[in-house]
Design a protein around this ligand. Structure first.
Ligand code: ATP
Ligand code: MG
Length: 267
């Protein structure tokens, strides 16, 4: 999965990354669904271990353009995990109270505790993306946020958090099809938001903002992965594999029972 990891210090150019790439999986959609079930089973076990060991903290950040598949990824990858140990936090337009504080205030209170896995559906990265594209703050302000974010994430990592950040990479044609199907399919209509069309018009500006943000904030302690996401099955496969392989790398152990346990007799 290394191929999708942004090496710290390297320059990202999303226009050079193919959203249709499927090169890390030899089979097609059908084979992938078998593999996905196996990955899900591994993730379930790992999450149980994370919860039982009560040491590590896991934070997963999902960013994408509208209809980029954040919700679908969460559903597909985390289906079956124990809801007690996993939560999803969606960051919407900040409230008045949130706007009265620094931009990390609302984020910090949701980071995972020991044994917990938290998924951010959007995140503090909105504050260098939409905030930049929509001129919500001056350039001087969003520019210095890259360092602030890196420092914040390094602190979380040093305090025991494993961070993984995914940008789900689709192209404008794929977005068009997905927005159109939200209009056409009565079951998807509730997802349609006319505001998405305004953001869609700013696609080049968003890509520029993403290029800069991904370049400036992919670090050893909180790497970005750019996931080819035009094909949903491939996107799910890549995200699940990165998470599973990273969690396996933590070498978690069930807590050791006290020695006397073997002497207990239940009558
Ligand atoms: P869906 O897939 O259901 O559309 P969504 O994440 O797009 O999910 P919405 O409620 O449609 O949810 O949109 C949230 C909006 O809030 C996005 O346009 C996002 O850019 C915006 N937003 C999130 N965080 C911030 C922020 N810090 N400042 C300004 N806007 C923000
Ligand atoms: Mg939306």
């Amino acid at each position: 999965m290394k191929r999708y990891r942004i090496e710290p210090g390297s320059r990202v150019d999303l226009s050079a990354i193919d959203p249709d790439d499927k090169s890390a999986f030899s089979g097609g959609k059908d084979e992938a669904s078998v593999e996905q079930a196996a990955l899900r089973a591994r993730l379930e076990r790992l999450q149980e271990l994370l919860y039982a060991e009560h040491q590590h903290k896991v934070l997963i950040v999902l960013q994408a353009m509208d209809a980029g598949g954040k919700d679908g990824t969460i559903r597909a990858v985390f289906e079956g995990v124990n809801p007690q140990g996993v939560s999803v936090v969606s960051f919407k337009v900040p409230s008045a109270e949130e706007l009265d504080h620094d931009y990390l205030w609302r984020v910090h209170r949701h980071v995972p505790g020991k044994g917990q896995m938290v998924i951010f559906n959007r995140s503090h990265y909105e504050d260098v993306l939409i905030a930049r594209v929509r001129d919500l703050v001056r350039p001087k302000v969003w520019r210095r946020r890259y360092d602030q974010i890196n420092d914040f994430e390094r602190m979380l990592a040093e305090e025991g958090t494993t961070l993984l950040k995914f940008f789900l990479h689709i192209d404008p044609d794929e977005q068009k099809q997905r927005l159109q199907s939200r209009l056409d399919d009565p079951h998807k209509r509730w997802k349609f938001n006319a505001g998405d069309l305004d953001e869609r018009r700013l696609w080049p500006q968003y890509m520029e903002a993403y290029n800069d943000a991904l370049s400036a904030t992919s670090t050893e302690w909180a790497p970005w992965y750019v996931v080819p996401a035009n094909a949903k099955w491939y996107r799910n496969h890549v995200v699940a594999r990165v998470i599973v392989e990273t969690l396996e790398g933590l070498e978690m152990r069930y807590p050791r029972p006290p020695a006397e346990l073997s002497e207990i007799v239940i009558k």
